[in-house]
Design a protein around this ligand. Sequence first.
Ligand code: CO
Length: 637
Amino acid sequence: MDPLSAEELERAVTIMRGAGLLSDGVRIVLLELAEPDKEAVQAYEDDSPGGDAVDRTAAAVLRDSRALTTFEVDLSLGRGEVIEVRERADVQPAVTAGESAECIELVRAHPGFRAALAQRGLTDPGLVTIEAWGIGDQVAPAYAGRRLVWCPCWTRRHPGDNPYARPLEGVYAIVDLDRMVVLEIEDHGITELAERDGNYTPDAVGQMRDDLKALEIVQPDGPSFIVDGWSVQWQNWALRVGFTPREGLVLHGIRYRDQGRERPVLYRASFSELFVPYGDPSPGCYRRNAFDIGEHGLGPLTNSLELGCDCLGTIRYFDVVLADDAGVPYTVRNAICLHEEDFGLLWKHTDASTGEVEVRRARRLVISSIATADNYEYAFYWYLYQDGTIECEVKLTGIVLTGGIADGDRPSYGRIVAPRVTAPNHQHFFNVRLDLDVDGSKNTVSEVHAEPAPDDENPYGGAFRRVATPLRSEHDGGQLIEPLSGRYWRIENPGKRNLFGDPVAYKLIPGGNTGVLSVPGSSVRRRAEFIDKHLWVTPYAPDERFASGSYPNQTSRDTGLARWVEQDRPIEDADVVLWYTFGSTHLPRPEDWPVMPVERIGFLLKPDGFFDRSPAIDVPPSLDSCSKSVGDDHGCC
Ligand code: CO
């Protein structure tokens, strides 16, 4: 499960070159480990072969810009040969960073684009920020079948300015990436440029607040985790950290040691899509419907994290290696951060009769990675807790996307965040693929909520009970949140019982979430059907990895979850995969400018009869000798 190393990436490229697959005009869109099939992994673990070599295989997606087609390649690194090549003439793979960079310089040099700049009094195209966005399916019929992006832009007065403070409203380029030509410069008329900078560095902000004292995290005995290669142990938890070019951070094989036995919980967890539709019908916005994972991939967007800034305390970083679209490996240093955090209270009780107090502090293991998608930052966090809980959290920050607006106008579908600058309404939808194996692979998922007892059992009117309904096939698996009834989903193993004779289980508890605001039949809804439901449940299938299908770029219809579940496969007592969609509706605020303080959104996986009692009861009391009481004479503890 280890991500491909630089040597393996180079070897894969050599193999493909040797097979004549990398002729001129062919770009490597994706090159990653082809993970071994789940059954093979479980058989390998069961056999404990003691270090027998396993053939490492890789998967690549190639775009041939001359033949105007796409190839999927499977290859064996061990045997040094191509296993299979499949032509996919029906898809547009993700846009590579190389394509984006070339396309942006092409637009910058284009005479029509320069003329549009000149009309706005802009003489230095070098100061213009141009972005290459997926165009979706809202394109002129003349462009059908072409590999396209569209390019909005902004300008700066100085190279160090906030690139989004001066939108060039109304000027958009459309580029054919295969032929690498500008097809069109759309010009919807001049909107006066914003005057203010919107800069946010200490120099630009000026006076910094000066009343912050140092707050240091000290772990004099080192961290409580043990790392061996990509495998991690912490408290009773064990897992493998992974990373793919498309999904970014991936977690494998999460297990909990319970009374000497390692019990599986989660076979694989990954972000399968991140979709951001904008809710403004203006020419600068109606095409802004970004599939950040499917159209670009999180890998190339991943930050090199900085010790003491992004991550505080005793940190173990993981570097990741990716290949660019020419097949040249490059390293993202400190791409994944692993550390422990104090998390306040774990549990406490004061015995009122004796005055005896037992209190425990909580610690959590944090595994995180941060991606920059143009203006936005997405920080992805997985937390493991001492009480058996797993939490997934995304922190959204960065700069809200901006458009220009004339003095005196008020935006109908956004908010003014600075003079002549508007931030349009939008939603962020994340889909997390959770291949749960709760104490084994055969699991059943139930919808659970609470409701008042029936009248004949409810003489005092206050009785309520838990109602659980098993989801038997994929059609049942399509579920929405229902906060008022406390709906959650229970993933149980019918073959494993706890002390009380009940099937052991975990439950998926929704956090903040939202519904869809674009209307049925719209481009947004057709292309991203996975946002129609908050939960989807499918039987495990190795080629079903992405909620919006493998190739959402330029689709007219979602080819992922919504199509797969049409089979209505059985999901009871099966190796199930849960796909949880969670979203945030972002109606921007002036306080989001110039850089948005983080918004948090996520969900929990909590044991629900998985253990026979609280697994956190054996956490020892702590007495932090560094803590001190100030402002009075009372000591702590
Ligand atoms: Co937002």
